[in-house]
Design a protein around this ligand. Structure first.
Ligand SMILES: [Ca+2]
Ligand SMILES: [Ca+2]
Length: 422
């Protein structure tokens, strides 16, 4: 284990008594060392993230830091980066004088979840139905032919989710992680995460809503706080935990920042190399300028479309939806109904945040259906399949405002059927 941050602090002695065949044995001391990590808030609010390009360079950096008592509070497992709570001027000067590149990035709360208004409108749901966004991406018709994400895992990096919600509880894969509290309980800090999860994989269970990939499984990594913000360290830590997980098919990232961070770029590259399909929000900046991580080539940038089921010619980019040369796909994001709080509450939220899980769900379904039909399941193959089956809108062909168009999973299912002669 590369993580060098565990400190064995507390040795607990417990006095127990037990009996064997009626004889009492007292004063048996059990020696239980307890693994104590650095408190999550120390890592989350630390001062810097230091990254290099290889492990050998990282060893040199750590040797230098040791001289100045600037040792890391967290050593990342999957990239040559460390999080430090302090960095003296002398240490920084020595790092900057090294012959290789050392990236010293200040830890700030720059990541946010792009929703237009985080106050949601509560929506009553009488009997189970497909919300209009799910219908628009063709998921109902895909489900009818068995394309439902069965056997895939969607990892959602967000604000946790409501584990008791009727449309989410059966979707849990387990293996969740809570960066904010340093435990494995996904309890939500904000409704955003539950809402995103419901869109991607709300269950077919006779109640509430149905998501895009209702047979897919959910793993949650929580790093966004109750204000919908996250520090760079929180996001880096979350992505590092994600990169340590195996068998993840899709990662849904309804968040971002306008600034590039080298540690995050390294982690996105690492996840891409692990064959994970990465989906993220273009942002709600209303302008030309897509946020990170959606801006990276490895990540599928998703914008929000104002859609009309009966009139596709009128469909256009939502005014708030950021656009640019990296834009790939569109999905509904305005007035989307999904799971929110407690066991059975639903509500409406708006933003590119809501568009992302539609696309993440589509990729889970497409991966399952391609796999089941003996087709390739590489990111490149699936990405190309989804792009060319999107409903083109706006300017003919790919364009900066609407990418390849509105994602349509049923179009993909039809192409797969024709490819394999179903
Ligand atoms: Ca349901
Ligand atoms: Ca177009």
């Amino acid at each position: 284990m590369k993580k060098g941050t565990f400190i064995f602090l507390i040795l607990t002695f417990s006095l127990i008594s037990f009996s064997i065949f009626g004889c009492e044995y007292n004063s048996i001391y059990i020696f239980e060392p307890e693994e104590e990590t650095v408190a999550p808030e120390v890592i989350l609010n630390s001062k810097y993230i230091i990254s290099v390009n290889d492990d050998e360079s990282l060893v040199i950096v750590q040797e230098i830091l040791k001289k100045y008592y600037n040792e890391p509070v967290y050593v990342l497992e999957n990239i040559p980066s460390i999080i430090v709570d302090q960095l003296s001027k002398d240490a920084r000067d020595e790092l900057n004088a090294l012959s290789f590149s050392v990236y010293i990035e200040a830890n700030e709360t720059v990541f946010s979840i792009p929703v237009i208004d985080s106050l949601f409108e509560e929506t009553s749901v009488d009997s189970e139905y497909y919300p209009i966004n799910i219908l628009r991406v063709g998921a109902d018709k895909a489900h009818a032919v068995g394309a439902d994400g069965n056997g895939t895992i969607i990892l959602i990096i967000d604000s946790g989710f409501e584990p008791l919600h009727q449309d989410l509880k059966d979707r849990s894969q387990g293996g969740h992680y809570d960066i904010l509290e340093g435990d494995e309980i996904p309890n939500p800090s904000h409704i955003h995460g539950s809402h995103v999860a419901g869109i991607a994989l709300g269950s077919i269970n006779g109640v509430g809503i149905i998501g895009v990939a209702p047979e897919s499984r959910l793993i949650s990594i929580k790093c966004f706080n109750s204000s919908g913000g996250a520090t760079v360290a929180a996001v880096v830590w979350a992505l590092d935990v994600a990169a340590s997980k195996k068998d993840i098919d899709v990662i849904s990232m309804s968040w971002g920042a306008s600034k590039n961070f080298y540690a995050i770029q390294l982690l996105i590259g690492k996840l891409y190399d692990q064959r994970v399909i990465l989906v993220a929000a273009s942002g709600n900046g209303s302008n030309r300028g897509i946020i990170y991580p959606a801006k990276y080539a490895e990540v599928i940038a998703v914008g929000s479309v104002i859609f009309q089921n009966d009139n596709p010619d009128q469909e256009k980019r939502a005014d708030y939806s950021s656009y640019g040369p990296e834009l790939e796909l569109m999905a509904p994001g305005t007035g989307v109904v999904s799971s929110t709080r407690f066991r059975d509450e639903y509500g409406m939220l708006t933003g590119t945040s809501m568009s992302v899980p539609n696309v993440a769900g589509v990729f889970a379904v497409v991966k399952q259906y391609a796999r089941d039909n003996g087709l390739p399941t590489s990111q490149e193959y699936l990405r190309d399949l989804v792009r060319r089956n999107a409903d083109d809108i706006g300017v003919l062909g790919w364009d900066e405002e609407t990418g390849y168009g509105v994602v349509n999973v049923f179009n993909v299912v039809l192409e797969i059927n024709s490819l394999v002669g179903n």
